[in-house]
Design a protein. Structure first.
Length: 59
């Protein structure tokens, strides 16, 4: 985890051995990296929650 933060501070890309290649967030892609015991790169992870919290918001 420390190496992910160090690399992010150095070059703007969170990276470390065994971690999926990071994709920048866009509205279309909705990419999010979940850093847990098993890191995962997901797309539109919180889309349902965002629609619940702000149903009339135009994305």
């Amino acid at each position: 985890m420390s190496m992910v933060w160090i690399n992010f501070a150095r070059n703007g890309v969170p990276s470390a051995d065994g971690l999926s290649e990071w994709e920048p967030y866009t509205r279309e892609g909705g990419t999010m990296m979940i850093l847990d015991t098993e890191p995962d790169l997901v797309h539109h992870y919180d889309w349902v929650l965002m629609e619940l919290l702000a149903p009339d918001y135009t994305y």
